[in-house]
Design a protein. Structure first.
Length: 276
């Protein structure tokens, strides 16, 4: 089989913009998790996760920052490259960090191109609604798929006065709906709905033709996303909307303590783990 034929066959099994749209059409939910390195990307990909987001949440869970604002485009490109190496099936989406698209739509296109060209992403995500519609249009015109993000947008933490549920009250509800519709009209292939009431998540998911991806937005979205550290129990604090599917923090601590004990008591390495 030729290299071209092999590559084509491999692409047929990759998750794509079209396959995700088809899932919404059939009413079949899909999954997204964040990932930041080769090892977890490979594990999640083999587990059947459909989309891997290299989120600017790496600022919180990898770098130990209080917000996502310090994360740079170079850092997201680097982590996207690591994730892309571990994936055979899942779609890889690179998050556009604060400062990479706010100044101008030209900057937005340049940043998106870097995430695809240098990072190996198949799509990019950026936060905002009406205010970033032009940037979304420009990126899509450059043949790069865009995932939107409305509702609670972490890059707006200072303007919001903290991480607060959005879309409550008539004005808040209308604003989130307007933002979601603007993202769709601008050409995004999907949109993340974060931190909004469940019924608003239902309404937007029904009104949009593109898939909605919920995080703290209720069960009626077309897909769900979680930060991997929340899913795996690797954080000290877990948001109320998160279901923890494992407690790797405790298991990792237990393993490290046992290692320390065995080394200090000369139990490791034992005969089984030594060369002869």
């Amino acid at each position: 089989m030729s290299t071209v034929t092999t590559a084509s066959a491999s692409r047929e099994h990759r998750v794509t913009v079209r396959s995700l749209a088809a899932r919404k059409g059939r009413g079949e939910p899909f999954t997204m998790l964040t990932a930041y390195d080769f090892t977890f990307a490979r594990i999640f990909d083999e587990a059947g996760v459909d989309v891997l987001l290299v989120g600017d949440s790496l600022g919180n869970v990898v770098q130990g920052c209080d917000t996502t604002l310090p994360v740079t485009l170079d850092e997201v490109v680097y982590h996207t490259r690591l994730v892309a190496r571990g994936v055979r099936r899942a779609m890889v989406v690179g998050d556009m960090p604060f400062g990479s698209f706010q100044i101008s739509s030209e900057d937005a296109v340049r940043s998106a191109v870097r995430l695809v060209k240098e990072g190996g992403a198949q799509a990019v995500k950026l936060e905002g609604g009406v205010a970033v519609a032009e940037s979304i249009q420009r990126i899509v015109a450059a043949q790069i798929p865009v995932m939107g993000h409305v509702g609670l947008t972490p890059q707006s933490v200072n303007q919001m006065g903290g991480y607060r549920v959005q879309g409550r009250g008539d004005d808040g509800r209308h604003q989130v709906i307007e933002d979601a519709l603007a993202v769709e009209a601008a050409g995004a292939f999907s949109v993340v709905l974060e931190g909004i009431p469940e019924e608003l998540g239902r309404e937007i998911s029904q009104r949009l033709t593109i898939p909605t991806i919920g995080i703290g937005a209720g069960v009626h979205c077309d897909a769900q996303v979680l930060v991997m550290h929340d899913l795996l129990g690797l954080n000290d604090w877990t948001p109320s909307f998160v279901k923890q599917y494992a407690n790797l923090g405790a298991e990792t601590s237990k393993a490290a303590r046992l290692y320390v004990e065995e080394v200090t008591n000369r139990k490791f390495p034992d005969e089984e783990h030594s060369y002869r």
